[in-house]
Design a protein around this ligand. Structure first.
Ligand SMILES: [Zn+2]
Length: 266
């Protein structure tokens, strides 16, 4: 129902506590930040009515939209805009331009600070919810794909819902990270490392044996060169490092059998 309000990499997520880069104080970050890159156009995340379009304190140039979705009231807030192209009371369609990304108000660089509130925005953001629970973002989809690859059970839908958050928490627990369910820089790095390891592991896994290789493995088992739990690869390793003089004869026999089997194969 809601859509991503602009392009740009997610540079800061919704979190209960965060160090403010301007004031240095620890404070909750009740929204999501989208960085400078990509188109600077800010779009209405859902159809609605412009409630406010003005400077609101540290938010700088801000637009607040009111939405009714399935009978439920929401408000979205778009802050630090360079310019506003919507007027109070105006009806906007989903995806309609409402402003240009900027760095007005309490901001260190061009970005969009995006908030969502149920049912309404009020000072101190008591009703703020994590916007990523309501909008589809490719970054979340990538994270979900990695989690699925690491055997977490969840849907790859691009929405950071409670199941995804629980999987992130569980991953953070196994890695000894802060278990807040938020993918910050540390968690993302750990996730990427783990994913790379998993990919390597899968790449190294022995592919399904062909009929000929399976016959050879069976023969190697009969000759007790492998215990059968080992893959064909381990037969080769056995050849290379483990085979001592007493079983040299067995190897010779195996090699003969391999030759015979290979002749029979198409
Ligand atoms: Zn922000």
């Amino acid at each position: 129902m809601f859509i991503r309000p602009c392009e740009g990499t997610i540079t800061s997520r919704f979190s209960p506590l965060r160090k403010n880069p301007v004031t240095g104080e620890w404070k909750a970050h009740k929204g999501v930040d989208f960085g400078k890159n990509g188109s600077p156009i800010i779009k209405a995340s859902e159809k609605g009515i412009v409630k406010r379009a003005e400077v609101i304190g540290g938010y700088g140039n801000t637009v607040i939209l009111t939405h009714i979705v399935n009978g439920k009231k929401y408000e979205t807030l778009y802050a630090h805009l360079k310019s506003i192209s919507a007027k109070e009371g105006q009806a906007v369609k989903q995806g309609e331009q409402i402003g240009i990304k900027g760095t007005t108000g309490n901001s260190t660089g061009v970005h969009l600070h995006f908030e969502m509130h149920i049912p309404t925005y009020s000072e101190g953001q008591p009703n703020a919810v994590n916007p990523l629970h309501y909008i589809i973002v490719p970054e979340v989809e990538e994270i979900q794909k990695m989690l699925v690859m690491l055997n977490y059970r969840l849907n790859v839908d691009g929405i950071e819902g409670p199941v995804t958050e629980a999987a992130i928490k569980s991953f953070q627990e196994t890695k000894g990270l802060a278990t807040d369910g938020i993918v910050g820089a540390n968690t993302l790095e750990a996730l990427k490392n783990e994913f790379a390891l998993k990919k390597e592991e899968l790449r190294m896994a022995v592919p399904k044996l062909t009929a000929g290789q399976e016959a050879i493995r069976q023969e190697a088992m009969r000759l007790k060169i492998t215990d059968g739990n080992d893959s064909f690869k381990n037969v080769n390793q056995y050849y290379a490092w483990e085979i001592a003089v007493p079983i040299a004869q067995k190897v010779e026999e195996l090699e003969k059998r391999i030759l015979e089997l290979e002749k029979k194969l198409p």
